[in-house]
Write a protein that binds this ligand. Structure first.
Ligand SMILES: [Zn+2]
Length: 422
């Protein structure tokens, strides 16, 4: 099927997602200075909200308040926090109020290399952003949506459910385009079973975690299994090493498109067809800093510090995600979004059963008791959190300026949530 496939938008959310792509296509070619200025204006709005409505920042208002306008120097004067700070702070990071269009907030539980989970919050706006940027990544890669999509991942299955089949790719693609079928298998299945499943599915695209992909590719070569329809592999959730890329190419003859994201932050960067990781500046301010806290130049490796610009339910301002990245050069694809050449860190290992078979452990299933018992998660119920009764709107909220790229969407989230496999 020739690309692009003609849209056949199903509903208002699909229409909105398509319109937002037009804005994203413009913003990804803005002058770098213009992108940064826009980010700083968004950060000012987030900081103003945080010192008014979020206990952690309110108690430190002298450090997070003025000066305005914010510039790079003022940004670097703000404290850096990390996962341990957020875990220790607990509910102090949760906003007491939300601007119009952001509610309801929903909990997300994240795992991590420390094996200690973190409870994050998403909002109407951040969930929409996730969909819009997911679609952007599909369009950047010019995928053929008519092909079959297979996902092998540790989440999105009901307890006890091993696999599920869908008639389409789900959100966001199937809202806008006609797609082929999709299927989802739990990554807790033994690698040999995963490979048998893939051989039956014969997908055009395969989505999984890098450690799982590596084991699958090795097993595939050992067994001589061929995935003749496979066009591309999509990786997420862990560091994708050059070695794993090479093994996947050797096993299946396809490239791997990598996505850099985290559950508590959302999308950070993803690859274009030229191979650069483009920072998703419309939703996240990304700093790569050396040991002295200065911004790294192209070719230098530094720690990644993130500020998601639209999460007003749980602002994370200058959040060190404990990853490292190498800053890249301008990309030949022509997009002006800053680039990362490599992402380092984020390695999570495959687990092995006593019989030697390997699988990717599902944190939710294996360690659910940790967060149920942890004293650090005794956080307070906020009035805007969804509950069995209708949530009430707090009286002290105030409007903020509309985000320039991804506006809040009151009411649009209602309706089909889909299989979310795309
Ligand atoms: Zn590029």
């Amino acid at each position: 099927m020739p690309f692009p496939q003609p849209p056949r938008v199903r509903d208002r959310l699909g229409a909105r997602l398509l319109r937002v792509q037009e804005g994203l296509r413009k913003s990804e070619r803005l002058a770098p200075g213009e992108l940064e200025r826009t980010q700083f204006r968004r950060l000012e709005a987030l900081l103003d909200h945080a010192v008014r409505h979020v206990p952690f920042y309110r108690e430190r208002a002298s450090r997070y308040g003025p000066p305005r306008p914010l510039d790079r120097e003022a940004l670097q004067a703000l404290p850096i926090i990390d996962r341990a700070d957020v875990q220790a702070g607990g509910a102090a990071f949760h906003s007491l109020s939300l601007p119009p269009g952001h509610a309801p907030a929903v909990e997300v539980h994240t795992s991590g290399s420390t094996c200690r989970p973190l409870t994050g919050l998403t909002t109407e706006v951040t969930r929409f952003q996730w969909l819009a940027l997911t679609l952007r990544e599909h369009l950047w890669q010019e995928r053929d949506f008519s092909l079959r999509l297979a996902s092998i991942r540790p989440d999105r299955l009901a307890p006890g459910q091993a696999q599920v089949a869908f008639q389409d790719w789900g959100d966001p693609v199937a809202r806008i385009y006609r797609t082929g079928p999709a299927a989802l298998l739990s990554s807790s299945a033994p690698i040999s079973e995963q490979l048998n499943w893939l051989r039956d599915q014969q997908p055009g695209y395969l989505l999984s975690l890098p450690s799982n992909l590596r084991e699958l590719a090795i097993e595939s070569m050992n067994c001589g299994t061929r995935l003749t329809h496979l066009r591309q592999v999509r990786a997420y959730g862990e560091t994708l090493t050059g070695d794993t890329r090479r093994i996947c190419r050797e096993a299946w003859g396809v490239d791997v498109a990598d996505v850099y994201s985290s559950q508590e932050v959302g999308y950070i960067a993803f690859q274009c067809q030229a191979g650069s990781y483009h920072v998703q500046v419309e939703s996240c301010l990304v700093e790569v800093l050396d040991e002295a806290g200065s911004v790294c130049s192209p070719g230098e490796v530094g720690r990644v510090v993130l500020t998601p610009l639209y999460n007003f339910a749980m602002p994370l301002i200058r959040y060190s995600i404990l990853d490292y990245a190498e800053v890249g050069d301008p990309c030949p694809c022509g997009r002006t979004l800053p680039t990362l050449r490599r992402i380092l860190g984020r390695q999570r290992n495959m687990a092995r059963r006593p019989d030697g078979s390997s699988f990717w452990p599902s944190f939710r299933q294996r360690h659910g008791w940790v967060w149920r018992r942890s004293a650090s998660f005794n956080w307070c119920k906020r009035p805007w959190m969804p509950s069995r009764s209708a949530w009430s709107w707090p009286g002290n909220s105030r409007p903020i300026i509309s985000p320039p790229f991804l506006p809040p969407l009151p009411g649009l989230w209602a309706g089909r949530t889909g299989s979310s496999s795309g």
